[in-house]
Design a protein around this ligand. Sequence first.
Ligand code: 5GP
Length: 184
Amino acid sequence: MSGTTSPFDEDPDLGEVVVARDDLHAKIAELGTAITRDYAGEAPLFVCVLKGAFIFLSDIARAVDLPVEFDFMAVSSYGTATKTSGIVRIVKDLDIDLTGRHVVVIEDIVDSGLTLNYLLKHLAVRQPASLEVCALLVKEGERRHMPDLRYVGFTIPDEFVVGYGLDVAERYRNLPDVRRYRGA
Ligand code: 5GP
């Protein structure tokens, strides 16, 4: 169980590091400072979109110096293994009432923007006082469906990535860096 080599080191499906762990942590500290400043005097509600955003949520939560509350949603989007179709089904809805709340959606990655667009429409009708998005990763390229993103960590090339919460068939979520996935 112990040792200096990791099974990830020899995984042929894993490509180069796209965002290294130190850069992730430095950027998350910056995002946390910005959110702390922008929501001063408020108790924002962070809505985490499971499962991919769970690691980002746990780090950004501790980078924000405010009395944040948390809730979780799970969605399943139809499509191929590496592309979403935009047809999204809510598998787990929120427990907390959004009325009058300052809501920040915590997202792992935005590709076409279809999933996020669907979610934002679904949340906006619940009359939050404000509704913003904090996305760790955004794929480069012209996106017809891209909603407004108040906070963005990194813009990355349009390639499939894993790690730091992002999976392929539930694997690689615990990789500390974001890496290119070559198996797609
Ligand atoms: P969109 O609807 O913006 O095209 O896709 C958003 C969702 O697709 C993300 O929340 C994530 O679950 C998944 N996704 C998009 N790009 C990637 C990627 O490069 N790697 C992984 N693991 N998931 C991705």
